[in-house]
Write a protein that binds this ligand. Sequence first.
Ligand code: MG
Length: 457
Amino acid sequence: MAELIISISGMRGIIGENLSPMIAAEYGAAFGTFLRRRFSGTGTLTVALGRDSRPSGQMLTWAVGSGLCAAGVHVVDLGIVTTPCVGIMLRELGCAGGVVITASHNPVEYNGIKLLMDNGIAPAPETAAEIRQMYFDKDIDLMDSLQCGQCCFEPRTDEVHIEKVLSLVDTDLIASKKFKVVLDSVNGAGGRIGVKLLETLGCEVHAMNYEATGKFAHTPEPTKENLKDLCKTVGHESAVVGFAQDPDADRVAVVDENGTYIGEEYSLAMAVQYVLSKEGPEKAAANLSTSRMVDDVAKRFGGSVIRTPVGEANVAKAMIENGCTIGGEGNGGVIDLRVGPVRDSLVGMALILQLMAETDKTVSELVKEIGGYTMVKTKVGADKQQAAQIIEKVKQKFPGAKVDESDGARFDFEDGWVHVRTSNTEPVMRIIVETVDEAGAKRYLDAVNAIRDEILN
Ligand code: MG
């Protein structure tokens, strides 16, 4: 049986195997107890609770909601909504925290419970560790009948979220272009709100895999091999762009007007290009695994990029501390603090359409202008100890590189970089290489793989 993973991002497991409603209720009660202690004396506490479209989502929503109510916390059920929607609504409603029932891009057999604090960001590592320990110790305060939390429903989520996203762009300008757009929502939570946003922006929308059934029409991660149908449809429909969301719609990948998958890295690069072209020489933020393209784009506008450990919370924190408007992760996770400190496919789509409208350039022209690198992402099963050994050896291998050790180790060279890190959500080690050409990528990857094989065998 696979291990139930409890990390900074929350809990993730397999339904019917290791993630049950009993576990979910206790986890909810531990989070509720944590919040009551943290905010003691501040009156009634409410948590916003949303879920992606997985069939197990309703069951986990009830279970987590029960746990929260048992601990004396009220629940606002947002229904099937995107992950960024929960981050936005919990702040809108003045909640003490939020919970998203989602396993993001993982296949349908998985589900997860993601916690958010009152600022809309995942808990800091020490806070996450405290909640985790409370769950393991069953350190839960159960309230009496009169103090139990109550649940209500909130139907305004799409409206509130869309209004915030529209404030970033010139709706009339985008609408004047009458863009034809294909949106693949992979039967996740993003279809309904995604189509509403695009239609409000005056686009002619061809919606694929729109119904929020959770029966994903293809493997849900928005990578090249999973988006062949989207690429074909963009061609058939003569659309100017194709967008693909992951099931909880915090990530967006882009397909150009020729039906070519251009990858998730360009989502952030294009968003940074538009925002810095308006806001001037600002700092942007991106995690260590994100392409150098964002640095190139930022430099063009006199700006620069702050690098952070991988994880939305780390990027959001750096953005707030450094006053960044735009930031995110290279996996298609675009964050604009004017909307919220969360990765948001709606923000990504709106900013890219605005860039297209203002520059009068096609996606392929914008991509050409930004340029590109060869990026290779690999992963291998390795425990923390093995990964640490591998990282140590790689350090010895590249003594001349500039090293950032805030998350595993990233080695920067003239012609590229290598990032070796362990995942927060799976027992795997990731190796990401980006260089100016394929030969360089192969050279660095071969060097790291040789070390990896030596340690793992
Ligand atoms: Mg996601």
